[in-house]
Design a protein around this ligand. Structure first.
Ligand code: LRH
Length: 495
């Protein structure tokens, strides 16, 4: 077949990337063509995403794609979940996009006191993360926010961007499943939940599935960018769903970790797991690229160290990840632990001070950046073991391997710590999993890939996997007890 080129736009919490995937029928080769930064903007204590900047940057990527590729076969977008824009009757955006990071303990208490999280879980399979879309919307209903009245449609972030590009309003399944409003048995918006929260039904669009056509660039967009009518495809628009789709497992009993600002940890289960245990332990059933479910837990991941790095660079001096990881390697092991899911860390502002304060209680000696980094990495690895044990309890399965995808899998020290903590082999790669699956979802929609088994074969042919075997298991085992003491009162369960 002729090599096809697809553009994957992958949006993360602080940057977005445009990646061209060249697919020749057997393998996909990724090439980053551009990257842009974006940041939260705090106005009167509300945190907003800069959606117009993000949209402009996506358009730039499309222009570049058209200029560089021989054969522009499609465009797909994936991003973080949960956040949305409201569209009025004329199809215009109503206000800026508020970030799910706007969580405050008071606001969530106000909302959770009035809701039955177990009932919501039973219907949607979604765990009660206080920043779920449903809670954000209910907060607006309680405050009688006039934009809800004025809105005609709600669109999740990638759906909103695809609407700007194609004029088509629809909601892609993997992101819909994170909102806590989608019935996990019927895969339709739950009327019971919408009624419960007085959220108008008219806001909700049709659900569409990954690996299908969304639409084509509108005449206006084509003219503005000087490009042809390139098709826009539905990738698994939830970045985590895309990242997990980029794993080719050798066993059913494998746990994944999608390692980035968050660590998203879980297993593919097919159907949603709606047991009381899964609920009590703070798991969510999230959608997969193939339209099924995976059992997932959110752990506050590398965001902690990423934010420390940002703060350390405030004086203008750049620090590399090699420096940070190198210093962590030099530091003494197991001097202190923290719970990465400590609620105090959710607002990442001023993180180094928060981390130091926690550590001082346990170990006043911790002082260097290397020690802080080591403590964060060791604590994350221990938390992964903790979640692995929870997954085994819920599913009754013995986990035989762990697979790490996402940017965080470039960190060999953390991969090794993880293998030591979980005591099973850890496979790492691909780092660009979300983009790879985004590209292949487009190829599938275009009829160039026939089904999931071919999809996974292409993944395997296109990825280099590094395997880490457990080491020093005895000392990690001994230290795990100490870690458990640190997290007693684990808040990861819905934070
Ligand atoms: C990771 C992620 C995660 C969600 C969070 C909001 O980027 O999509 O799966 O829980 O962002």
């Amino acid at each position: 077949m002729q090599t096809q080129e697809y553009l994957a736009v992958d949006l993360g919490a602080s940057s977005g990337r445009g990646i061209i995937g060249k697919y020749d029928g057997k393998k996909v080769v990724l090439n980053e063509i551009g990257r842009f930064g974006h940041d939260l903007n705090r106005v009167n204590q509300v945190l907003y995403w800069d959606i117009l900047h993000i949209y402009r940057s996506c358009k730039k990527m499309i222009g570049k794609f058209y200029a560089e590729a021989q054969n522009c076969a499609g465009i797909g977008i994936d991003s973080w979940a949960l956040d949305y824009g409201l569209i009025d009757k004329d199809g215009n955006l109503l206000g800026n996009i508020v970030s799910y990071r706007n969580y405050t303990e008071d606001s969530i208490k106000e909302i959770t006191d009035q809701t039955d999280a177990w009932r919501l879980f039973s219907i949607t399979g979604a765990g009660s993360l206080p920043f779920n879309t449903v809670y954000q919307l209910y907060g607006r209903v309680l405050r009688q926010d006039r934009r809800i009245e004025a809105a005609d449609r709600i669109l999740l972030l990638p759906d909103l961007l695809m609407y700007f590009l194609t004029g088509v309003k629809a909601t892609e399944y993997t992101n819909a499943a994170t909102t806590m409003m989608l019935d996990c048995k019927t895969r339709a918006w739950s009327k019971e939940i919408l009624n419960m929260f007085k959220i108008p039904e008219r806001l909700f669009t049709e659900i569409v599935y990954p690996c299908t056509l969304r639409g084509r660039l509108t005449e206006n967009v084509r003219q503005e960018l000087g490009v042809s009518d390139i098709p826009v495809y539905n990738a698994a628009t939830h970045d985590t769903a895309s990242a997990v789709a980029a794993i080719k497992s050798d066993t059913e009993n494998e746990m994944y970790i999608s390692n980035g600002t968050w660590a998203l940890i879980g297993m593919e289960t097919g159907e949603a797991v709606l047991s009381r245990k899964a609920f009590d332990m703070g798991f969510s059933n999230e959608g997969t690229l193939q339209g099924t479910y995976r059992l997932n837990k959110n752990v506050m991941g590398l965001g902690l160290i990423e934010q420390c790095k940002r703060e350390w660079e405030k004086d203008g001096r750049k620090i590399s990840w090699d420096d940070i990881v190198g210093a962590a390697k030099e530091a003494a092991p197991f001097t202190a632990f923290l719970d990465p899911d400590d609620l105090e860390f959710f607002d990442l502002q001023d993180i180094e001070r928060k981390v130091r304060r926690k550590l001082r209680k346990k170990n006043p000696q911790i002082s260097t950046r290397g020690e802080i980094a080591r403590c964060i990495y060791e604590s994350l690895a221990m938390k992964y073991r903790y979640v692995l044990e929870q997954l085994e309890l819920i599913t009754g399965r013995k986990i035989e391997a762990v697979h790490i995808v996402g940017g965080g899998c470039r960190n060999a020290l953390l991969n090794q710590f993880t293998a030591n903590a979980v005591k099973v082999p850890v496979a790492a790669g691909p780092a660009e999993g979300a983009s790879m699956a985004n590209v292949l979802a487009q190829a599938m929609a275009a009829g160039e890939i026939e089904g999931m088994s071919q999809f996974k074969e292409v993944i395997a042919a296109s990825t280099e996997i590094q395997v880490y075997m457990p080491q020093e298991s005895e000392s990690w085992d001994a230290a795990y007890g100490e870690f458990l003491e640190t997290i007693s009162g684990d808040t990861a369960s819905g934070l």
